[in-house]
Write a protein that binds this ligand. Structure first.
Ligand SMILES: C[S@@+](CC[C@H](N)C(=O)[O-])C[C@H]1O[C@@H](n2cnc3c(N)ncnc32)[C@H](O)[C@@H]1O
Length: 270
């Protein structure tokens, strides 16, 4: 991971929320929220909540739960706050998942959708979740499988690297798809004080167009900042390269690409 891999700032939150959430995050949010709701928690902490895809899915299923949504980047959280509205009981608070501003034993569930891959130290993140959970509480999270199982992201990244062969551009395989080894994740979670209860692959399809997918991956994720720093192309040029590659692969009009992730549930040791 490089320093800018977690920079969800500037124009990113808007593009991310409008285009990427419906494309690849909503289905996983519904599944993860279903799993959290089955636990029947009173107090839920969400880390790396982003623009609130999982937050909204949890509010829909658990209107009486006390939900605290946190994220490292205030612009993402501000977008979540706007989407959910002031009438919602959700508390929003800026926080790194590695230094949570809450006392020990505060929550029944810590939930995190596609966030742990961005933590500079994943075991420290799991330990921090364990600290704020009550004994017997649950950690519920998901991660993307490796990029080869996530077609559209793979086509975009391969197209950019074919033009500028700099490993700096492999943001997507390095970070969002860089924590995909089930044995490693299980071992990290268990070394942080949890028992793994379930570890389920989730297969789905993202529906989009070449133009929209290229725009959001190149300009609505931290890949944008990576491209700007790398300097071999601009985000607009990268978008054109990615569009061309996606059109070559799928043709014009609506496209579908397979996506694959893992959903993990673990319980905190007493
Ligand atoms: C791929 S987004 C997922 C956002 C949201 N959970 C969703 O499903 O749309 C990753 C999120 O992790 C956040 N993030 C990155 N590093 C973090 C950290 N150390 N602590 C808390 N959040 C972090 C980013 O700001 C971003 O909102």
């Amino acid at each position: 991971m490089t320093a800018s891999d977690a920079d969800f700032v500037g124009e990113i939150p808007d593009l991310y929320d409008r285009l990427l959430v419906p494309m690849i995050f909503q289905g996983a949010a519904d599944l993860l929220a279903d799993a959290v709701a089955r636990i029947g928690p009173d107090d839920v902490l969400e880390t790396a909540a982003g623009t609130g895809a999982l937050t909204r899915a949890m509010v829909d299923r658990m209107p009486r739960a006390r939900i605290t949504a946190t994220d490292l980047n205030p612009p993402m959280l501000e977008r979540a706050r706007q989407r959910i509205g002031d009438a919602s009981p959700v508390q929003f608070q800026q926080a790194s998942a590695l230094a949570l501003p809450f006392p020990d034993d505060s929550f029944d569930v810590v939930a995190c959708q596609f966030g742990v891959m961005f933590f500079p130290d994943r075991i420290a993140g799991h330990r921090e979740a364990r600290r704020v959970l009550r004994p017997g509480g649950h950690l519920a999270f998901n991660v993307w499988d490796d990029i080869e199982h996530n077609e559209i992201a793979h086509v975009v990244e391969a197209a950019l690297i074919a033009v500028v062969p700099d490993p700096a551009l492999s943001f997507m395989s390095r970070t969002p798809h860089g924590y995909a080894d089930p044995d490693l994740i299980r071992s990290d979670v268990e070394s942080a004080g949890f028992t793994t209860l379930s570890f389920d692959p989730v297969e789905s399809v993202s529906r989009t167009t070449a133009e929209e997918a290229a725009l959001v991956f190149c300009q609505g994720t931290p890949l944008r900042g990576v491209i700007e720093k790398q300097g071999g192309m601009t985000p607009v040029q990268a978008t054109a390269i990615a569009t061309e590659a996606l059109l070559a692969r799928y043709g014009p009009g609506p496209i579908e690409g397979s996506i694959r992730s893992y959903q993990i549930m673990a319980s905190a040791h007493a």
